[in-house]
Write a protein that binds this ligand. Structure first.
Ligand SMILES: [Mg+2]
Length: 264
């Protein structure tokens, strides 16, 4: 992986936007530091479009897209996306309402089975705010050994669900989305730009397995130095500092590189 300080030399005035994960990337153990939040404003002032790309629930994304200096947010690992315009808040779902209700019911039955089979597992405290997945706490307030997490994943996948892990949560869903496809869908809805341009001209920063699709897809992918799990491909760049401080370091590298004049 290339030190993040090299980004300004490798991508001068090339990047149009910055996509970022929340937990253990922008946030320090679920907390938003003043320095990390300020970086968002400096990037926005410089002309970068900003998008949060998170495994956190729809309820969180709807709030931050209204409050933070960002253009949009992808929630639940690509299941839903949000943006605002003059008409207010817009929600993008990958499936129609009837199908969403059917999947929610199937998910509810499956997660009851999981909780019966693994009574030690604790649901994440943001679960009531979710629409497309059910999430267990494996590292936020609980510590669940990796072998136990693997057993739960196998149990869910044998019953037709998909699973994704982050540093804090295990996500179970009947959707087949990921962060990269969710990010592309959102940016294409807002701009007349093709996917290859997005993958070249928007940078992504993350820290763990559920960021793997973005590490693989985006040319300028960045890992904070607390990078964990086993993403399929490692990011292209790496920061020297962890979590929010690593995010600030990456933001400074983008500011030094400068924003692209327009999307090609
Ligand atoms: Mg994370």
């Amino acid at each position: 992986m290339i030190p993040i300080a090299q980004l300004s030399r490798l991508a001068p005035r090339l990047l149009r936007g910055f996509l970022f994960d929340l937990d253990d990337t922008l946030l320090d153990h679920s907390k938003l530091s003043e320095a990390a939040y300020s970086s968002l404003f400096r990037l926005r002032e410089a002309g970068f479009e900003l998008y949060a790309i998170t495994g956190r629930p729809a309820g969180w994304a709807a709030v931050i897209v209204n409050q933070w200096p960002i253009t949009g947010a992808v929630a639940e690992n690509g299941g839903l996306a949000f943006f605002t315009n003059h008409a207010g808040l817009h929600t993008m779902d990958t499936v129609l309402p009837n199908e969403r209700e059917r999947r929610l019911q199937a998910l509810s039955h499956l997660c009851a089975e999981i909780r019966h089979a693994f009574p030690d597992l604790v649901p994440a405290d943001d679960t009531p705010l979710r629409r497309t997945d059910y999430t267990f706490d494996i590292g936020e307030h609980q510590h669940v050994p990796s072998e136990r997490v693997a057993q739960v994943r196998r149990f869910a996948e044998e019953r037709g669900a998909s699973t994704l892990g982050s540093s804090v949560h295990l996500h179970v869903s009947f959707d087949r989305t990921d962060k990269a496809s969710g990010a592309l869908r959102l940016i294409r809805a807002l701009h007349e730009v093709d996917s290859s341009a997005i993958l070249t001209r928007y940078a992504f920063i993350g820290d763990s397995e559920n960021d793997g699709s973005c590490f693989a897809a985006f040319r300028h992918s960045i890992g904070v130095s607390n990078l964990s799990g086993r993403p399929t491909l490692t990011p292209r760049y790496i920061t020297t500092r962890e979590r929010g401080a690593g995010f600030v370091e990456a933001a400074q590298a983008l500011l030094k590189a400068g924003v692209a004049p327009a999307v090609a």
